[in-house]
Design a protein around this ligand. Structure first.
Ligand SMILES: [Zn+2]
Length: 379
């Protein structure tokens, strides 16, 4: 089966994160088994009671030392879920070709990489491998890399090198910022707005705290990492909600704080600064109360520029390695022992859009690069 036919079949299986990915996993398991891989399904039940499955397909290992601690030499990792699609996009699940591009939900993110990985293994003589190769297919990437985090916690295998499929237009990405969220609730005291002296506005207090957050964001600009745009940890108050009516002093104000950390900076460093600012505001006004709940802390990652995987992919793709600004499963693969690089066909800027697509030439080139990677690292 060609890489395009494979992509067509994968796109036809609806695998938005809200649904179970059991169907696409069963398709991938069959393909991997027929290629001679040993397949392990790692199911779990998500927070909504829906079954999700991670799949690990491995070649049998000739190297007994590696088999003992089940460390694979190279893992090709792709997430099976996609973001939702607009019902008005009637061809979301039907791969359509136009002008050298293949359109469909997931065509770019990240079923193109998965199709390339399947095509690469099916065109490789696995009997020639003397180091083990794994294909790893995960669930729930788009809603917080939840499947990969489960894999990292369960440790069903280790890996020396991992290529994590994401649309990077075939540029190897060796580092990425972390992604963290906190929910902050600032408390006030409700009162009739004609008598502000008997109340305390949570919105005005939140504004004070946001002013401090802006200062913290400015301070964070002094800690720079080369290769990132921008080179510092960034912060954003993306959501705010407070008060109940125009003539009531607001009793509560909630905001969502997001920050993206540079490698080498702990994910809670920025949040600790916010906590200190809140403590400071409380010292100035004992009535100032807020609750800060850390909701998510995805670590940044960095693989050395002189890693054999980075260097190999730089040469083979003829592209210098770079960094990604979006969250990926790379930190989980690093937890599993791997030197990880994010790499794949398609452009992240068209991912998640109605009409996302992968250029056919990049898809074919990805097959070639993955074939070479398997030969280079596993033969
Ligand atoms: Zn993706």
């Amino acid at each position: 089966m060609t890489v395009q036919e494979t992509l067509r079949e994968l796109v036809a299986i609806d695998s938005v994160s809200q649904r179970s990915n059991a169907e696409i996993i069963s398709y991938l398991a069959t393909r991997c088994e027929s290629a001679g891989f040993n397949v392990t399904r790692l199911p779990y039940i998500d927070d909504h009671g829906i079954e999700k499955v991670n799949l690990v397909a491995q070649t049998s290992v000739c190297d007994s030392a590696a088999e003992a601690n089940s460390t694979v030499e190279l893992a090709l990792v792709g997430h099976t879920d996609t973001v939702p699609y607009d019902p008005a996009w009637i061809e979301a699940l039907r791969l359509t070709e136009d002008n050298g591009k293949l359109f469909g939900r997931g065509a770019c993110d990240t079923k193109a990489f998965i199709s390339a990985a399947l095509t690469a293994i099916e065109s490789t003589d696995l009997s020639k491998l003397n180091k083990s190769l794994a294909l790893v297919f995960t669930a729930d990437e788009e809603i917080g890399c939840l499947g990969a985090k489960r894999l990292a916690a369960a440790r069903p295998f280790g890996a020396r090198y991992a290529i994590v499929g994401e649309p990077t237009a075939l540029q190897p990405m060796r580092a990425g910022k972390g992604y963290c969220l906190a929910e902050i609730t600032v408390r006030g005291r409700e009162a009739h707005s004609a008598y502000p002296q008997i109340g305390a506005s949570a919105i005005i207090r939140a504004a004070r705290l946001i002013g401090r957050i802006e200062q913290i964001a400015d301070e964070l600009k002094h800690d720079e990492r080369a290769g990132f745009d921008p080179p510092c940890t960034t912060m954003n108050v993306g959501l705010i909600e407070g008060g109940t009516a125009k003539n009531i002093i607001a009793g509560a104000c909630r905001l969502t704080l997001e920050w993206r950390t540079i490698p080498g900076q702990e994910s809670d460093y920025a949040l600790d600064l916010v906590r200190q600012a809140a403590a400071d505001l409380h010292r100035q006004d004992a009535d100032f109360v807020c609750e800060i709940d850390a909701a998510r802390a995805d670590e940044s990652f960095e693989t050395r520029a002189d890693s054999p995987l980075v260097q190999f992919l730089e040469v083979t793709s003829a592209k210098e390695s770079g960094t990604v600004a979006f969250g990926t499963e790379a930190p989980s693969l690093i937890d599993l022992g791997a030197e990880a690089v994010v790499f794949g066909p398609g452009d992240i800027r068209v991912a998640h859009r109605t009409g996302e697509f992968v250029p056919i030439d990049q898809l074919n080139e990805c097959v070639r690069i993955l074939q070479h990677s398997i030969e280079h690292f596993c033969m």
